[in-house]
Design a protein around this ligand. Structure first.
Ligand code: ZN
Length: 140
């Protein structure tokens, strides 16, 4: 995988997370206990590869309040709370898996870019022959 393929995959994953947010909402009734994935963007969009950032929350209604109030509580393990809904569980597993993959891809991309900058600074065309000759004169 080269950096362009990694960037394209990161963008595709981010786009899929946007559709998953709606699919996860639609996969369950609006009621107390609903588990939703909310997406958050940094204010300066375009600078962060990890946008949008998923945060899982469980919604709680207060049935005895005259005007039903809803509160969302962040949760760490959404899968543990939605086991009974297979469709919702499958969507959540996909969201978690591609978010994890995106995290790894972002890290890989950062490493590749750093290595490219180092190689460029060292002039790789000179570095390789000198290394093969058992000399590392290119290093200060
Ligand atoms: Zn971000």
């Amino acid at each position: 995988m080269d950096t362009l393929e990694i960037e394209a995959t990161i963008r595709a994953i981010s786009a899929r997370l946007v559709t998953l947010e709606d699919e996860i909402r639609a996969a369950q009734p609006v009621r107390s206990g609903a588990v939703l994935m909310h997406l958050y963007w940094h204010k300066k969009q375009g600078l962060c590869l990890g946008c949008p950032h998923p945060i899982w929350k469980q919604w709680r209604g207060h049935p005895y309040h005259p005007v039903r109030q809803w509160q969302a509580h962040p949760i760490d393990n959404p899968l543990a709370r939605i086991r009974r809904n297979q469709k919702l569980s499958a969507l959540a597993k996909e969201a978690i898996a591609i978010t994890d993959l995106r995290t790894d891809l972002i890290q890989a991309l950062k490493t590749m870019r750093r290595v490219e900058r180092k190689c460029s600074a060292l002039n790789i065309a000179q570095l390789l022959p000198s290394l093969l000759n058992g000399s590392s004169k290119v290093f200060p």
